[in-house]
Design a protein around this ligand. Sequence first.
Ligand SMILES: [Zn+2]
Ligand SMILES: [Zn+2]
Length: 158
Amino acid sequence: MSETQCSRSESDNLLENSDSLKKPHITGSCLCGEVQYECVDNFKAFHFCHCHQCQKISGGAHVANLFLPDTDLSWVAGSENIQRYDVPGRHISNAFCTQCGSSVPYRTQSGPYFIVPAGLLESAPTSCKPQDNIFWDERVSWYEEGLTTTKYPGMPED
Ligand SMILES: [Zn+2]
Ligand SMILES: [Zn+2]
């Protein structure tokens, strides 16, 4: 997993230093609601990862992972319900709610960051936009074909 920084201008950094306490916060929770947390909207990277491990972790085509300095996340409830699995020999992990199985944030093995699954957040982050698709060569063979199919606003009617 790359930790490439989102591009930021000099003025962004000045603003960050003077206004860090005023940065908005975003809450997140798992499917069952047992695990709840709050993030400072101070994300540093946002990758869609298509690697084989992330396919297994998500059960889908890719994950959408935000990187957040570890001091910018606080647990609100349910952190005792989190189980972590570190892939042997790799810097890849999964953490999930033991009640509902949703992926939840976890600390990276290599650095002082939380990896935050973007789909758990209650609102969209403003500090970082999706920046790339990594491990593109490992994407599922049906990925691009799926993107071209008919879009329905909800469940299609029979
Ligand atoms: Zn849960
Ligand atoms: Zn991956």
